[in-house]
Write a protein that binds this ligand. Sequence first.
Ligand code: PMP
Length: 476
Amino acid sequence: MQDLTKQETIALREKYIGQSCQLFFRDNPLKIVKGKGQYLYDENGDQYLDCINNVAHVGHCHPDVVEAGCAQMAELNTNSRFLHDNIVLCAKRIVSTMPRGLSVCFFVNSGSEANDLALRLAQIHTGRKDVIALEHAYHGHLTSLIEISHYKFNLPGGIGKKDHVHVASIPDPYRGKYRNDKYGDEELGELYAEEVRQICENAKNTNGGGISAFIAESMISCGGQVIPPKNYFQQVYKHVRAAGGVCIADEVQVGFGRVGRHWWAFEDYNVRPDIVTMGKPMGNGHPIAAVVTTPEIAASFLGTGVEYFNTYGGNPVSCAIANAVFDTIERENLRERAITVGEYLLDCCQQLAKKHHFVGDVRGAGLFVGLDIVEDRLSRRPNRPCAEYVRQRLREAHILISLDGPESNIIKLKPPMVFSKENVNEVVAALDSVLEEYKHKIDSDPFETPASAEGRSNIKKLRPHKSVFEKLIKSM
Ligand code: PMP
C-alpha cells in the first residue's frame, strides 16, 4: 500500500533522508511498489525488467521465501542466545556447499558486517593488522571497510589510504595494468600475483609486522565485472599464506550459485579460502549474511575470551528465509539455469560486440556479465557517456541496468536467477537498437562530443513490438 503520490514521496525523501544516500536515476527516480520474479512495478503498475537486482536472487517476493518468513514470524523471532533449529540447519547447509575445512559459521545482518567480522577474525588469528585489498574494490560501508575499499577511500572527498592498507592492482585482463593484448592469461595471473607477493614482502618491514589478510571478491563486481585470470588466486593465496596471512573471499555479490557451475565463485579458481563472506542473495532481500571459516581461526577468536553476540544475526526468521532460499535454488534448478541463460546472454552480447565497436569487451560467468563500453577498441578508452546514454534509454524501455567500474563505463548485468532467454532477447535487442542510435547521434553531428550527447532527451519511444526484438536478435 502506497498512500503518497510520487511527488510527495520525493519531497519527504529530500526532507528527511540523507542526501548522500544513493538513489537510482536521481534526476527522475523510480518509485517501485511491487516486485515479482524478475520484474518490478512502479506506482502506475508499469513493469520493468530488473537486470540489476542480484539480491532478489530467486526472484522478487518468491512465494515460498515469503511464506517461510511469515510462518516463522508468526511463531517466534528472538536473538540467537537460545537454541533454535533454523540457525543450526542453515549453518549445516552452508557448510555442505563449502570445501572441506570451512566448517564454522557466524551469522550477521549484512555484507558489511560479514566483512568486518572477517577482518577481525583474520587480525586476531594472525596477530597483525595489515590488509591487502584490490584497486577499485568495495567491501562495505562500515569504517573498517571504507578504509580498505579503494573504490571509496580514494574518491576526492574520501578518507585516503591508511597505513595498514595495501592496494594491489585489479587483475583486470582487459583494462588493468597488464593487459590481454600483450600477455596470455597465465602470464597475466602471474604478473598480478607477483605484485601481491611484493606487497607481502614489503609489509614485513612495516610497523604492522606483516600481512594479516588478503581480501578480494572472487569475481570483481564494483571494479567492473572483472574475471581475474584463471591462476591468479592460486598464486596469490600461495604468496599470502607464505607470508603468514589468511585469504578472505568476499562472495557477497557473486555467491549462492550466480556463476552457475558452482555455489561459490572462488570454486571456479580451484582455491580454498580461509574465510568466506556472503550476504545479499542469502535472504532474497531480507537482511541476513554470514561468515564461514576454519576451526583453527574460530579457535583463535574464542581464545580471546571475548564472546561474540549479534542481536539479530542468525535469528529464526532470517534463517528460515535463508533456508527457503537454499531450497528454492535447488528445487528450481537455478544454478543450471544460470549456466544456460548465462551462456546465452554472454553469447548474445558477444554477437552485439561484433556489430558495435563501442562494446570493447564482454565478460562474465553465469548470470554475472559485464560489457566494457569504449570509445574505440584500439585505445580501450572508457566511454562513460555512451554507457550512461544506454542506461537512460534502456530505462525508458523499462529495462533496468546499472553501470560500474572506476569510470562507470561497464554495463553490469546481474539479474535475479529466474531470468529467461526471452528476457535476454529483450535486453540484447534493446542494447542493439540504443547503441545504433548512439552511433547515429555521434555520426550525424561531427561537433557533437559523446559528452554533449549525454542526457539529451529528444527521444523517440523505445519499446519496439516484440516481433521487432525477435527480428533484431535473428539478424545478429
Ligand atoms: N561486499 C561486496 C562485494 C558488495 O558489493 C557489498 C555491497 N554492495 C558489500 C560487501 C556490503 O554489503 P552490504 O551492503 O550488505 O553491507
